[in-house]
Write a protein that binds this ligand. Structure first.
Ligand code: PLP
Length: 375
């Protein structure tokens, strides 16, 4: 099976991890600090905090903003469940806005009507790696005194209007799961320019404990837990992999983009599908996913088409099952109301294989099979 996504690990990556395993400090060593610095530098943000996964990154960002019981946040339903789950975990209520039917990203024109006096944050995602209009979102957020937590799990390396994703929103979160643009096995990060958020998240991911500025008379062993936290730390040897992976990100992005261009070209005259919106001067996607949408008359055949592609060895996937359609959210009372475009997208979308090491022959096979089966 040609998978829809796959990590690229080379010998030097493996050597770096093995090296780290031989060092004294397996958890919070120098590689953690280095990886954080590299990430902040790459994206052009002041601070980065690396954590155990993308979900922990989102959770830490929600905690930094102080989203809690009784609060609301505005987000999209066309995402992985983690985006809204962390807010629910904090006791807050996600309010879903519909998507823009050309990009799959949040429909910005529908945000304002959802804002109430309980709204604390806008939580967009950069669907498939394409940035949402971050400037317009920021403008709305500023006007209503809201914070922007950008779930950029899929968008490491993307840029919006000349600025790298990770340097624009109040907080931007990333995932280093193996299918994402770089990997540390499990892993994630939050980027911010806000020192207060940075310090708060650093405490939160290590139990809310502080070790500095304590009364020396208490003894050298003493530490204090000042806030409720968790252990969301990313180990040193995972950061060793992260440092290597990040140094290859631009190369990965180039390879992804080349594959995307080939798909675009191959499907140019294939009328049964809609290909994803292309990059332009403003929007430069990180191309985490290549999603095709079936034309209206084929939507009813989606399950059969999907199964046939899988049977032919094409590891297609669907991104995403809208959050509000999951049992947990249905039980909370969420319905399709106002999410027509999200559901329409879901009913027609299929992700094709896209990752840096996808070979020309493999891609040729994917294209052939799509053209033969999507009819
Ligand atoms: C991958 C992903 C996550 C979760 O990341 P993990 O590292 O698997 O916890 C959250 N949101 C989006 C949009 C993602 O794509």
């Amino acid at each position: 099976m040609i998978p829809y996504g796959h990590q690229s690990i080379d010998k030097e990556d493996i050597d770096a991890v093995v090296d780290a395993l031989g060092s004294d400090c397996l958890t919070q060593g120098e590689r953690v600090t280095r990886f954080e610095k590299d990430l902040a530098d790459y994206c052009g943000a002041k601070y980065a905090v690396v954590v155990s996964n993308g979900t922990a990154a989102l959770h830490s960002a929600f905690v930094a903003v102080g989203i809690g019981s009784g609060d609301e946040f505005i987000t999209t339903s066309l995402t992985f469940v983690a985006t809204s789950n962390v807010g629910v975990w904090q006791g807050a209520r996600p309010v879903f806005v519909d998507i823009d039917p050309t990009t799959g990203n949040m429909d910005i024109s529908k945000i304002e009507e959802k804002i109430t006096d309980k709204t604390k944050a806008i939580v967009p995602i950069d669907y498939t790696g394409r940035p949402v209009d971050l400037e317009k979102i920021k403008e709305i957020a500023d006007r209503y005194n809201l914070k922007v937590i950008e779930d950029a799990s899929q968008a490491l390396g993307a840029s919006f209007n000349g600025r790298k994703v990770g340097s624009i929103s109040d907080l931007s979160t990333f995932s280093f799961h193996p299918v994402k643009n770089i990997t540390t096995g499990e892993g994630g990060a939050i980027l911010t320019d806000n020192e207060e958020y940075y310090k708060k998240m650093k405490r939160f991911i290590t139990h809310g404990i502080i070790k500095e500025n304590l009364d020396k008379n208490l003894g050298a062993w003493y530490f204090d837990m000042v806030e409720l936290g968790l252990n969301y730390r990313l180990p040193d040897f995972a950061c060793a992999l992260g440092i290597r992976q990040l140094s290859k990100l631009n190369l990965f992005l180039q390879k992804r983009k080349k594959i995307v261009e080939k798909y675009d070209e191959a499907f140019l005259d294939f009328d049964n599908i809609i290909t994803p919106v292309k990059d332009d001067e403003i929007y430069k996607s990180a191309w985490h996913l290549y999603t095709i949408r079936l034309k209206e008359n084929l939507v009813s055949k989606k399950v059969a088409i999907f199964d046939k592609l899988r049977a032919e060895g094409i590891g297609v996937q669907v991104h995403h099952i809208p959050v509000h359609m999951h049992t947990f959210y249905k039980n909370l009372g969420y319905t399709s109301d106002g999410l027509e475009q999200t559901e329409k997208w879901y009913n027609s979308v299929i992700s094709l294989p896209l990752y840096p090491d996808l070979t020309e022959d493999e891609q040729k096979k994917v294209i052939e099979k799509v053209k033969a089966i999507v009819v």
